[in-house]
Design a protein. Structure first.
Length: 302
């Protein structure tokens, strides 16, 4: 059963792209599965806690009845597959751990998709190591490498720092606002490094990975939906029509990710947040570190 995975930098629009694609009659979006599946006390987008949501209760019971592994073990292994520190070992090794996990994940995907009658699962956990694991060990996987202009990504992070919410980096939050220039430098370098790592996965498994520019959904929807349909082998015309006509879309039972999911419906719009202010100094910093990939992805430097 097909497993679609969205990878890329945080704040690149993955939550909304994930939710949008989940409106396809062929695709079932589960949100950020890696971080979400072990947190049964966290909210599902249906408004119930995951442990009280019938959708997840059924999947969990079905999984445990058909498999020797319990849900918690499976969640733990899934979290491990998303950790960046294993990137090199995933790249070079052929470990039994990953082979077994791929089998378990296949079973999980089958159970979930049979329940909803769809043909592809969509997970937007973003971690490059998970993308590498799926590309290498899960035969029917497709990786969407979502990229967004680094100004947009960094402006979003800058807004959080300005509001006192700190800077999140590698699962930790740094709260000193005086260190904003340092955080923003780290952010620019990580945009470059993170996207390069995914570029490496594409280099190894070219048929499994496709670069998708977030901005294209707004500026040239016909092009991007056609490209995605071909890559995923799934007709996305209905979604394209809903997006271009501004029709409301719904969230399913998605877990993990940010709070946007907790609305009942949403209208897809790529211009939201475009004009977030950010000092020119940071824009210069971004260009110093990110220009090679900016050029490669077709973003203007000036
Ligand atoms: Zn739910």
């Amino acid at each position: 059963m097909k497993y679609i995975y969205i990878t890329g930098r945080g704040r690149s629009g993955s939550t909304v792209i994930d939710a949008m694609l989940g409106n396809s009659k062929s695709i079932e979006s589960v949100g950020e599965l890696v971080s979400g599946m072990g947190r049964i006390n966290a909210m599902c987008s249906c408004g119930k806690m995951m442990k009280d949501c019938n959708y997840w209760i059924e999947i969990r019971n079905d999984f445990e009845s058909k498999f020797s592994k319990n849900w918690d073990e499976f969640s733990r292994d899934t979290v491990k597959s998303g950790h960046i520190k294993y990137f090199l070992s995933t790249l070079f090794s052929n470990s039994t751990f990953y082979k077994v996990l791929a089998k378990d994940t296949q079973l999980f995907t089958k159970i979930l998709l049979q329940g909803v009658g769809k043909k592809a699962l969509l997970d937007s956990s973003k971690n490059p190591n998970r993308a590498l694991f799926l590309a290498k060990f899960y035969s029917d996987s497709k990786i969407i490498h979502l990229v967004k202009h680094p100004d947009g990504v960094a402006a979003s992070k800058y807004k959080f720092i300005g509001r006192g919410k700190g800077y999140k980096f590698l699962r930790r939050t740094y709260l000193n606002p005086k260190l904003a220039p340092l955080y923003m430098t780290v952010e620019a370098i990580s945009w470059m490094v993170g996207n390069s790592m995914i570029g490496l996965i594409k280099w190894i498994k070219p048929d499994k990975v496709m670069i998708v520019k977030y901005e294209d959904f707004g500026s040239r929807p016909e092009f991007i939906f056609k490209k995605l349909s071909r890559f995923l082998d799934i007709d996305l015309t209905e979604i394209q029509n809903a997006v271009t006509n501004g029709h409301p879309l719904t969230f399913g039972h998605t877990i993990g990710g940010n709070g946007v999911r907790n609305e009942e419906t949403f209208v897809f719009n790529t211009t939201k947040g475009k004009k977030r202010p950010m000092p020119a100094f940071y824009k210069l910093l971004i260009r110093i570190f990110c220009w090679p990939l900016m050029l490669l992805y077709g973003y203007k430097i000036i």
